[in-house]
Every structure is written in C-alpha cells, then in structure tokens.
Design a binder for this molecule. Structure first.
Ligand code: G6P
Length: 607
C-alpha cells in the first residue's frame, strides 16, 4: 500500500527520504517519487524526481544537484491509473509551487477534475490525487494551512497527505482522514510518515494523527489542529519497537525471520498477564469489569485476511472456555450488510496494523450504533487501537513480510488469554484455568520444537510444490487452521489452495480429489480423531495424496508432520506453525518474491 515519508530539518533530505522509502518497501508499491524545496539566491522552488518500479530506480534518477533540507516522498500502489512515471507521486499544481503526496482515494476526483479542466487546468497524470495539488495551488487563502483546508473541504474520500509549497519553504503541512499519518519528533528536525517503520531509525517520539486532524511541521516545532482549524492537543508517545526489529537479522527473508521469532513473540504476549493464584489472566486494557464480562451474551469477531482467520480460532476458544456463543466474520462483509447490532454482544476488531480500512469502518459503524468494541491489535496507537473502547495488544513486534505469521500466532494466543479471562469470570473451573495456563506456558518451547523440523518440512514442500491445487481440511478446531494455511500457501507461493471443513468434503469438493490435488489434513488427537481418520480413508479411496499434520504418524497418509500435543483447545495454535513453513518453502522452491507477493499489500488502507 502507498507510503509517505517527509522530513524538515538541517540534514540533506534526499538520502533520508530514500532510506525512509526503503523502510516502507515491504508494504507493496509500484512506483516512487520525491519532492524537495530548493533554495537558491533567486528564490525557492520545488525539485522532483519520479520513477516507475523500485526505490533504487528512483535513486538512479535523482540528479546530482538535488540538495535541500525539506522534502516529501512516496511509494505508490496503483488505484487510479496504471503504474508509470507520470502517475507516481508527488504531484504538482500548474505553477509547480505545490507538491503533494497522497495515500487513500479521492472519491469525487473525476467531478473535480472535470470542473478544473473546464477552468483550463492541465492534468499531467491519471490519478485521483493530482486534483489535491491543483485545488491547493488555486486556493486564494493566505496561509498554506488554510489553502490545504480549503482544498480538503472539497474532496470526499480518504487521505493521508503531506504538502510542500515553494512560497512557504519553512513548513510541511499534513492531514489525515482514513489513511495513517504519524509525526516523528526529533531535535530541531521533524519527520512524517504513514508508518513508524520509516521513522524508527531517527526518533522514537511519535504522534499519530486522528481522522480529521492536521499538523504543521517546522524544523523546530509542530502543532496539530482540525481540518476546521481548531487546535488539538497531541503529546508524543514513545514507540517500543527498536530499529533493529526491522532488520533481517541474518535471515534471507522477513517471512523466515518472523516465523523464527515466534517462540519469543508468544513469550511476550503472555508476559505479565498470567495470574496463577486465581488461575486467570490480567488484561489491563480491556476496560471490562467482571460484572460486564458476565453480562456478555455473544461475541462477534471482525477482521480481514489472516486477522479474520485468527479471529475464527478466537471464537472457537471463547465458546469452549467461556461458553459464550462466538463467531468471526470478515469485517469487509460485516460493514456492508447493515448488521443487527445487539447491546449484549461484545464486538472485537482484530488487526495486525490497526489501520485496515474495512476493519476500521466496521468499528466506526459499530460505535455509531452504540456497541461496545474491543481491539486485538499489534501496532500500538494505531487507528483501530484508538477507536475501540479497550482491548489487547498482541506484542508480536513489527511484522514486515506482507503475509502474516507471527502476528497470526500471537493473535490466537491473545484470544486464548481473553477466553480464559472470560471463562474464569463465568464457569471455567480453577482446575481448567490451571490446565490452560500450563498449556500456554508450554507453547513457546513447543513452537521452537516444530521449527526444529524445518528441514523435513522443506523436503515435503519440494515434493508437493508442483501440485495443481491443494486441499486443506480440518474439523471444528482444525478448520480455521486449514483456512489460514490455504491462504498462506496461495498468498506466497501462488499455488491454488482450497480449505474445507473435513466434514463437508464429501458434500462437494471430493469431486476434485485426484493424485495432482493433494490434501493437507489437520488431525489433532482430540475427540474427533476417528472422524478425521475416516476422511483420510475417503481421500485415499479416490487416489488422493495426503499430508497429515498430527500428533502421531497417520498410516493412511502419505506423509505426516508430527507436532507436540498441548491442551486440545490450544492445539490449533501449534498446528498452524508447520504450515507456515510449508508455504514458505513451497514459495522458495517456486522462486517467488516471498516478502512481497504480487498484487498484495501489507495493510489495505483503502476500501
Ligand atoms: C491484507 C494483507 C493480509 C492481512 C490483512 C489484514 O489483506 O495482505 O495479509 O491479513 O490485510 O491486515 P491487518 O493489518 O488488519 O491484520
């Protein structure tokens, strides 16, 4: 997804911005550009460079005399208009006085474009964003802040923008509505970015803007205010993620690094939360007292992609441990279906980034209807974390690879904590509470054990990599694992995969089974083991190859990856781990761009 970086201070800006853009590369993009303010004896002017392709291609295009100490830069993910040099940001107004970078979508761009064209404005790109540059440039207001406000009052849609003006060379003006904007506060220098990844090397003091909020950055100061002009009070928070967390740390890809980090990550989500005395957990940020927790009659979990599948594991855990009816639904569907919002239902929004637009929109719709919404989020201070009434951080640390691994696992563990908490204020016994706590404590070591089998999993990946399609099946607890594993394989290796409840196989997809369509079966040693074995027999009888993920060798399967057994409720968390490695090694065998799969973005901040 598009990325923004800006800087104002004393240092040479181009290298700083290029480095910032590189830090945002993981989000997925197809072109990049930069604009700086250039001061010469004859006055100030703007200089820009843009290039289709990677940041290094932009770097190659930057002329030698590109010196300045104020600038903005962008990585673009095409929405309106194909990837090209012209469509890359920054966009300028007709007089080349204004430069803007924009994330989000201007919904009424074609209408504004038609009006401006009739007034004689010449557009140089096909983007929706360019209208913003022209609207700002044509404003008659006397300050840059007012010019931006006037322009924004005419656009509908979402934006995170940063604006330079040659006549106001001492400032960068930024604004947010639906697309993240983070200010980085330095010593006599200020940064702005759409993601802390671009700032963390320079400052850990950040301010995340709210929707409808703007800021003016000068080298020595910042101030925040609304798009209507009233002042807001924003004080910086310190981000806990270290710059090193964004390095590869000896791994070839972020996906591999993040898979390997899981024992530590799970340890972090548990840390400081377990209460052995009462066999429960403390979740300080929930803002839900025992009486309110007892009053919850249903739980509805909302998220997109992997966040949705981890929510399915969460719903299962809540039903089992707390005996509260719970289900998960894609936030992207929920927000459009005019759902019945019930006062006794606890709504939970799940998101790694905390910025996924569909999930945020679902939260906003729920809040508008008076619902209580919690967030299960990785990025501290992100939009969803702030819009919800309380929640839990999953403490996975920064996840850079587009496909989610450690955050998926940590979210599932966070749900186990929440389920235990809700269970213990209701009918879960002390003995069961202790059993789950012991299981949670075993998870980091057991994940490390599974990761120790990587060589065997890599060989299996090579064996199955040429499959025409892969079927993933699981029953009840195993079904969300199958769904996430199928998604992982599709995303990163582009091998087609389908996930089905094992019980549903014979009601349709069994027709697909043949030697070229192998099945990955999730078979925990629980009360459904015999039912699952019967499914394997059905597949075998149709000459289907089978890779079982199980607690012991499955005779009917062609191969078994064995994982250590935990408590039955927590087994799904462990069974997902080998399947991350399977997807990873399949992608490696097939030579895919593992950290940046085609067509995908890390966080989708547009509709
Ligand atoms: C995108 C990514 C997925 C991710 C989903 C939700 O679609 O490609 O990998 O699971 O967004 O992201 P979130 O940040 O809300 O968890």
């Amino acid at each position: 997804m598009c990325g923004i970086v800006g800087y104002i201070g004393k240092r040479d800006v181009a290298p700083l911005l290029l480095e910032g853009l590189q830090r945002l590369e993981y989000r997925g993009y197809d072109s990049a550009g930069i604009a700086i303010i250039r001061k010469t004896q004859s006055g100030t002017s703007l200089k820009t460079a843009k290039a289709k392709g990677r940041v290094r291609e932009l770097e190659a295009q930057i002329p030698k005399r590109f010196a300045g100490t104020t600038g903005i830069a962008h990585t673009r993910w095409a929405t309106h208009g194909a990837p090209s040099d012209e469509n890359a940001h920054p966009h300028l107004d007709g007089d080349s006085k204004v430069a803007i970078v924009h994330n989000g979508i201007v919904d009424n761009a074609s209408e504004i474009r038609a009006k401006l064209t009739a007034d004689g404005v010449v557009f140089t790109s096909e983007t929706d964003s360019e209208v913003l540059a022209h609207l700002i440039g044509r404003s008659q207001a006397s300050t840059l802040e007012e010019m931006v406000q006037q322009a924004l009052s005419r656009v509908e849609g979402t934006y995170g923008i940063a604006v330079l003006h040659a006549d106001f060379p001492d400032r960068i003006v930024v604004a947010r509505n639906g697309s993240p904007v983070v200010l980085g506060i330095g010593e006599n220098e200020m940064f702005v970015a759409s993601d802390v990844a671009a700032l963390v090397r320079h400052t850990r003091q950040v301010i995340t803007l709210d929707d409808g909020e703007m800021a003016t950055l000068t080298a020595g100061d910042y101030r925040t205010y609304t798009t209507e002009g009233s002042r807001t009070s924003a004080s910086p928070t310190t981000i806990e993620w270290e710059a090193e967390n964004y390095d590869l740390g000896g791994h070839d890809t972020y996906m591999h690094k993040e898979i390997a980090e899981q024992p530590d990550a799970v340890d972090r989500v548990l840390r400081g939360r377990i209460d052995d005395r009462f066999a429960t957990v403390h979740l300080g940020g929930l803002n839900l007292d025992a009486r309110e927790a007892r009053g919850v009659r249903r739980v509805k979990i909302l998220g997109c992609g992997s966040a949705y599948y981890s929510g399915q594991i969460g719903a299962q855990l809540i039903e089992e441990l707390a005996r509260i009816p719970a289900d998960a639904e894609p936030a992207s569907e929920f927000r459009y279906r005019n759902a019945v919002v019930d006062p006794h239902t606890l709504y939970i929004a799940v998101s790694q980034s905390g910025e996924t637009y569909d999930t945020l929109a679902a939260v906003q719709e729920l809040k508008r209807k008076g619902a209580r919404v919690l967030g299960v989020v990785n990025v501290v201070g992100s939009a969803i974390a702030r819009e919800t009434d309380g929640g839990m951080y999953v403490h996975a640390g920064p996840e850079v690879c587009v496909v989610s691994t450690k955050c998926f696992t940590n979210t599932a563990v966070a749900f186990a904590l929440l389920a235990l908490h809700l269970g213990r204020v209701r009918d879960l016994s002390v003995a069961d509470g202790k059993r789950i706590i012991a299981g949670l404590r075993r998870l980091p070591g057991q994940i490390a054990e599974v990761l120790g089998d990587e060589d065997q999993i890599a060989k299996l990946a090579a064996e199955y990599a040429n499959a025409r399609s892969m079927m993933f099946v699981g029953r009840v607890r195993g079904y969300p694992v199958a769904r996430e594993a199928a998604q992982k394989l599709k995303e990163v290796s582009y091998v087609h995969a389908e996930a089905y409840p094992a019980s549903e196989l014979k009601h349709g997809p069994l027709a697909l089974i043949e030697p070229e369509v192998p099945t990955v079966a999730i078979i925990p040693n629980d009360d459904l083991l015999e039912k699952n074995r019967a499914t394997l027999e059905e597949i075998k009888a149709r000459s289907g190859r089978i890779l079982a993920i199980a607690h012991q060798k499955q005779e009917t399967a062609n191969h078994t990856i064995t994982v250590p057994a935990n408590e039955p409720e927590l087994d799904p968390i462990l069974m997902g781990i080998p399947l991350q490695l399977l997807a990873y090694h399949t992608a490696l065998v097939l030579g895919r761009d593992i950290d940046k799969p085609r067509n995908l973005a890390k966080s989708v901040t547009v509709e």
